[in-house]
Design a protein around this ligand. Structure first.
Ligand code: GAL
Length: 435
């Protein structure tokens, strides 16, 4: 139990004592007193607010499927599906911060595994540890050890992961590629050749959206240029930011920006993915929630759309995980625990992930429920080099992430590679990872 809970518990005890004092003293009866056998735990009821940013095609349906599993098991709970639109949680996270600061947490909220939770609400003492639930539910045996490490700090586990997403995926319109006689590019050099052909044919080579999707693209260019070890080292201080290798990655990013739609700043991630469906654009680099979006638009993997690792990143899996936590003073704690049990369950994860476009966080997911793309993601996850996503909360603290978001935003305006590299180097220093 978190220290923060103690005053609440003390208050409850006092309230219970007061209530007991007001009750009439029970009249003893002649009937023999039968010692009650262990009372069954009352099924939770009341309201449960589940807070997330899953509003787009695929992600909204995935959440609905998991909530359906919950409702079937806990019919007396009234679920409030509280969503704040905005991919990657850019808006939801701000709303959540205000609520947490104001002592008005939702019952449970979506949060990326890793720095996004540990460096914020965990260090502030605003979460309840969940190690006990892992022990009770046997999750320590069915969740990957490395994932548990990411979810842990100070010897406790702080949230329940529902999935693993891959960030470094290139999605493409198969009929556009076929018509142009193209193969998905495996390297950035191949990408530029393919992009020239597409541009010549009047097709937008790569669709792009609002600010966070630019950062998402940027991290895949870093990964695809530097390789997994050097990319991962960027976030630990082992890879310096002021080297010629990083300059090369920044130059690649600069070149990629010559092949995107002009209205990128005005598009959400799913609108950018939609350009590929429309055939206006040929490719999109996005996490595999785009797979959920394609399927929600009734596109079939391997038929209308194809996929490949983002250029240069074959053999690497840029990973992130969505999870749910228990705020220290969550309303209706029993219902939240019930929700978290569903989040960590095989049934919950196998209902959610095939629709969401992610693979289960559990290692015992029912493979046959997952389509061709997701099965390939399962295989890649088991053999690739796993690296953490920056834009999706795994690689760095939110303050460092914000510095990178700002640097990318400035760069897109001025296209000054040297200034960009300086800003990124300074960001690493102020995060305390670089000297
Ligand atoms: C990511 C999140 C995914 C998906 C995506 C777009 O940050 O992990 O589950 O929702 O944003 O909204």
């Amino acid at each position: 139990m978190s220290r923060k809970l103690y005053p609440v518990v003390a208050l409850l005890i006092v309230a219970a004592m007061l209530l007991a004092a007001c009750k009439p003293t029970p009249v003893p009866t002649e009937a023999p007193v039968v010692a009650p056998t262990q009372a069954p735990a009352a099924a939770p009821g009341g309201d449960l607010e589940v807070f997330s940013w899953w509003t787009a095609g695929g992600e909204a349906e995935g959440l609905a499927a998991m909530l359906k599993v919950f409702q079937a098991q806990y019919p007396d709970v009234n679920v409030i599906n509280a969503t704040v639109a905005g991919g990657a949680g850019v808006d939801a996270r701000a709303v959540l911060a205000t609520r947490m600061q104001g002592g008005d947490p939702p019952g449970s909220f979506q949060v990326h595994a890793g720095h996004e939770l540990i460096d914020t609400y965990v260090v502030a003492g605003q979460m309840e540890p969940l190690t006990f639930l892992y022990e009770e539910e046997g999750w320590l045996d069915v969740m990957p050890e490395d994932l548990i490490k990411i979810l842990s700090s100070e010897g406790e586990i702080w949230s329940v992961p529902v999935n693993i997403h891959r960030a470094n995926v290139l999605w493409y319109n198969k009929s556009v590629f076929e018509a142009q006689g193209l193969e998905p590019p495996a390297t950035w050099e191949e990408f530029f050749t393919v992009a020239e052909t597409l541009k010549g044919a009047g097709i937008i080579p790569l669709s792009l959206g609002e600010a966070w999707t630019e950062v998402h693209l940027f991290e895949t260019v870093l990964l695809g240029t530097l390789g997994p070890e050097a990319y991962a080292g960027l976030w630990t201080g082992e890879t310096a930011w002021n080297t010629p290798e990083v300059t090369k990655a920044l130059n690649n990013f600069d070149r990629v920006l010559d092949y995107v739609n002009e209205d990128y700043a005005a598009l959400s991630w799913d609108q950018a993915t939609q350009l590929v469906i429309d055939g206006t654009a040929a490719m999109n680099i996005m996490g595999d929630w785009a797979e959920g979006y394609f399927k929600a638009q009734e596109w079939t993997p391997g038929v209308e759309f194809g996929w490949a690792p983002a250029p240069g990143s074959g053999g690497s899996f840029d990973a992130l995980s969505d999870s749910f936590g228990l705020p220290a003073n969550a309303p209706n704690r029993d219902a939240v625990i019930a929700w978290l049990k569903v989040c960590g369950s095989k049934e919950g994860q196998d209902a959610f992930n095939p629709i969401k476009g992610s693979i289960p966080a559990r290692t015992d997911g029912e493979r046959s429920l997952y389509d061709e793309y997701l099965q390939s993601a399962m295989d890649d996850f088991s053999r690739d080099a796993i690296v953490p996503s920056l834009m999706h909360g795994a690689a760095a603290a939110p303050s460092w992430q914000q510095d990178v978001i700002d640097a990318v935003g400035l760069f897109i305006g001025n296209r000054d590679v040297a200034a960009f590299q300086e800003a990124l180097t300074a960001a690493c220093t102020s995060a305390g990872a670089c000297q």
